[in-house]
Design a protein around this ligand. Structure first.
Ligand code: 13P
Length: 352
């Protein structure tokens, strides 16, 4: 492990006003999203979609790193250029999802454990060789009656820490993603409680496994009410709850926090990140950035629908969302920016 290189990469991932783009949907997840829009669920369609993303003009102005999936990191543009090179040439650091998915946790109905530690050392060495410089592992914590259990939180936290230590050994910056799901009718306060317990447990395990905090990125959920909770909260209330929870649980040595979007609408994810940066930036020890998949990609996917003729419009929509989130990092996102950016992207100007 070269500590200075890990620290430099971790800092570069959250530098300035850029953030990460998660384009690492597993084949089943990618196919599920394609099926919704009638897009063929083939390797070629998945390759064409990732080519659309990786070749979006100007993407590197807003995106510091892109997380790929095992299939994607081996794929190429139609002209034969590997995606890893396309991204690196655009100034985007290539990353790789290395967990093998969340499976049912034995004796814990309704709870999951993320797998993928077996053989991980060899896989990380191969990904490093292929040009990846950071990695991602997602743990999933469901909230409901009597859950999450300590058993689920501890098993997932320990797996995250073992993954993170192996990444650093291999020269890859670990993006540590413990996601408290927004499915359910729980309140924001319950999400805050669970998120704080999960984060405290994760950092205890990271410490136990000797992970260098300066050379990692945390990818948490925002603190939100469950998606079917009757009491939804304002953007500012979400920003306050999220930042106060993180301040209690995340050590100052961590260079950056890059949120997942978790099923929020693209606009709400940007507005909430913006409010955090407006209200708290001067008081925070770490950068507050984004590592969105759906909240950056969804509008582009809906426009593309698998049609070559829609590629350019879809790329403009992708770039629009990336630029909105970049503005949110600076605390400069607003409805006006949302519209102006969209007008610039689509060539349609509003009178307002
Ligand atoms: P979402 O932003 O769609 O939640 O995805 C982020 C991610 O990488 C999940 O692992």
């Amino acid at each position: 492990m070269n500590a200075q290189e890990l620290i430099a990469t971790a800092r570069a991932l959250v530098a300035g006003d850029k953030g990460l783009l998660a384009m690492d949907e597993s084949t089943p997840t990618c196919n599920k999203r394609f099926a919704k829009w009638g897009i063929p669920q083939t390797e070629e369609a998945r390759r064409a979609y990732r080519e659309l993303i990786a070749t979006t003009p100007g993407l590197g102005e807003s995106i510091s790193g892109a997380i790929l999936y095992d299939e994607t990191i081996r794929q190429k543009k139609k002209d034969g250029t590997p995606f890893v090179k396309v991204l690196a040439d655009a100034g985007i650091i290539p990353g790789i999802k290395v967990d093998t998915g969340a499976k049912d946790l034995a004796a814990h109905p309704g709870e999951k454990i993320t797998e993928g530690l077996d053989g991980l050392r060899a896989r990380l060495a191969e990904y490093f060789q292929m040009g990846a410089r950071f990695a991602k592992w997602r743990a999933v914590i469901a909230v409901g009656d009597g859950i999450p259990s300590r058993g689920c939180i501890e098993a997932n936290a320990q797996a995250l820490a073992r993954y993170a230590a192996l990444c650093q050994e291999a020269g890859l910056v670990p993006v540590v993603e413990p996601e408290v799901l927004m499915d359910g009718d729980h309140t924001m306060e319950r999400c805050r409680e669970v998120t704080e317990e999960v984060l405290r447990t994760v950092f205890t395990q990271l410490y136990a496994q000797r992970v260098m905090l300066e050379g990692m990125i945390l990818k948490p959920n925002m603190v939100l009410p469950g998606s079917t909770c009757p009491t939804q909260e304002t953007v500012d209330a979400v920003a306050d709850a999220t930042v106060s929870c993180l301040l209690r649980a995340v050590p100052a040595a961590v260079p950056g926090i890059a949120f997942l979007s978790g099923g929020q609408s693209a606009e709400l994810a940007s507005a909430r990140l913006n409010a955090m940066n407006v209200r708290f930036t001067s008081r925070l020890p770490w950068a507050l950035a984004f590592s969105f998949a759906r909240a950056i990609q969804q509008p582009a996917l809906e426009i593309w629908r698998g049609q070559e003729a829609n590629v350019s419009a879809a790329q403009q929509a992708l770039n629009h969302r990336a630029r909105c989130n970049r503005a949110a990092r600076r605390g400069e996102y607003s409805v006006a920016i949302e519209r102006n950016q969209r007008a610039k992207a689509t060539g349609v100007h509003s009178d307002e």
